[in-house]
Design a protein around this ligand. Structure first.
Ligand code: MN
Ligand code: MN
Length: 471
């Protein structure tokens, strides 16, 4: 008997020691409270509303400003005054958005920055998009970002964007989102006649030049050329006052039509277009709004152009972020070089969720598991950690401590197996300004597809993680 009791003691000891020494991935379902579950659902509802109203970067900027203004943030213009405790936003050309709260502590302690992007893969219209062919009218597109072309045929598409006319007007267009609106689509072959097409590799069966949007078939009445195209231009002119020339100065894009939906019998997930990266942009906004009384100076960046390399005036490679930090530093009495050196950034972007239907491309031990919380990517890139920010042990340690203290369910991951592919985020462009940065975000299934999938748990943990970081 005595011997047995000793054995049991010893086993308990080993179990305790194992618990202490081993890493164990936490699942949100194992730790969340009833109250947490309720909060998760409430938060997800707000996010889905944001998604429905923000399918392009311009729409996301507009929605973001609405949220910020409702919470006391005021517009800032370069050169303007910034006072400690003030809440500001900088609208960059309606394409990217910076919100910041000037803290009460010494500005040279640095700024806490959450940076997400608000552009998503889609089909932009070409500059001379409209043509007629055999009784149909079409719009030619040039795809934006990394899409798998075969996913974009035979699905309902909507048109979003703006047209700048010669009299300086900006005409906003959204067609295909209201119940009563018409939609558009790209046609595909019927299987009966697709024997040859079906033999082609997935990546080449549908071509870029083949992604033409079907927009009409009714001719204008009269004895004249290109009757169907004529009718389309007439309809657009009557409704929006634009002509074919105006497409030259337009940003029109085809996105999947329709709203974000609960996914699954249990409604535990959300199926929607554009989770990448609004599923991090929204938590970045809510974190800065909820932490407006933090003593730290905090900043939320919603960037454009991430999906095509972060170039240009609205991308993260633009020096605007440095200009803004210069302005904040100057106004709050700090040296901007010191401020940047002491700043910390979470590059809030999605990660590839482990998909058990495609286990061959993942290394499971280092994968982002859905429902296991917000995921940190110490590095992204591809081909031997090429083209990535690789956060330091010290910086990851600092963030890890913040999450542990706030009881965040989080995990780390890489983007799939080595040499299978790769990808990047804005992290390196921010880190290049001498700002410590690491990637953090939500695991996504079917990333870049017209409908992406995330779990509500991971969304809410991301909000909680960004809040803890700003606090
Ligand atoms: Mn992204
Ligand atoms: Mn992406």
């Amino acid at each position: 008997m005595k011997k047995n009791a000793k054995k049991i003691d010893k086993n308990e000891e080993l179990k305790d020691l194992k618990k202490k020494l081993f890493y164990k991935k936490e699942n949100v379902y194992d730790v969340r409270t009833k109250k947490g579950a309720k909060e998760t659902e409430r938060y997800a509802k707000g996010y889905m509303k944001f998604l429905d109203n923000a399918k392009t970067e311009r729409e996301a900027v507009r929605e973001g400003i609405k949220m910020l203004e409702a919470n006391g943030f005021v517009p800032y213009t370069l050169g303007g005054e910034i006072v400690a405790g003030g809440k500001y936003y900088y609208n960059n050309r309606d394409k990217s958005l910076f919100a910041f709260v000037a803290g009460t502590e010494n500005i040279e302690n640095g700024i806490r920055i959450c940076a997400a992007h608000i552009d998503s893969p889609r089909l932009d219209l070409k500059q001379h998009p409209m043509f007629e062919n055999e009784g149909f009218a079409y719009l030619k597109t040039h795809y934006y970002g990394g899409i798998r072309k075969y996913q974009w045929v035979t699905i309902p598409l909507a048109l979003h964007g703006v047209v700048t006319t010669m009299d300086g007007q900006n005409v906003e267009i959204v067609i295909g989102e209201d119940e009563g609106d018409p939609i558009f689509c790209i046609t595909d072959l019927l299987p009966h006649l697709a024997r040859e097409q079906s033999q082609k590799p997935l990546g080449t069966a549908i071509t870029g030049e083949g992604l033409n949007l079907l927009i009409g078939s009714e001719p204008i009445d009269g004895d004249i050329d290109e009757k169907v195209k004529f009718n389309m231009l007439k309809i657009l002119n009557e409704k929006y006052g634009i002509t074919e020339n105006d497409f030259v100065s337009a940003e029109l894009t085809a996105t999947p039509a329709g709203k974000a939906r609960d996914l699954g019998l249990d409604r535990s997930m959300i199926g929607a277009y554009g989770h990448d990266d609004r599923v991090c942009a929204y938590p970045s906004l809510t974190a800065i709004i909820e932490n407006k009384d933090s003593e730290h100076t905090i900043m939320c960046v919603l960037a454009d152009k991430e999906e095509i390399g972060s170039e240009g005036v609205s991308g993260m490679r633009c020096r605007l972020i440095v200009d803004l930090i210069d302005e904040i530093s100057k106004n709050l009495g700090g040296n901007p070089n010191v401020v940047r050196a002491n700043s910390m950034c979470l590059s809030a972007d999605v990660s590839a969720g482990y998909d058990p239907m495609y286990p061959e491309v993942y290394e499971k031990r280092n994968s982002a598991i859905v429902n296991c919380g917000v995921v940190m990517n110490k590095y992204t890139g591809g081909g031997g950690k090429s083209s990535t920010n690789d956060a330091s042990a010290e910086y990851v340690g600092k963030i890890r401590k913040i999450f542990q203290d706030a009881k965040i369910t989080w995990q780390t991951a890489e983007l799939g197996k080595i040499d299978v592919g790769g990808g990047g985020t804005v992290a390196m462009y921010i880190a290049n300004h001498n700002i410590n940065t690491v990637d953090l975000g939500v695991p996504v299934l079917s990333m870049h597809a017209p409908m992406e999938v995330i779990s509500k748990n991971d969304l809410y943990e991301t909000h909680r993680a960004l809040c803890a970081f700003c606090k």
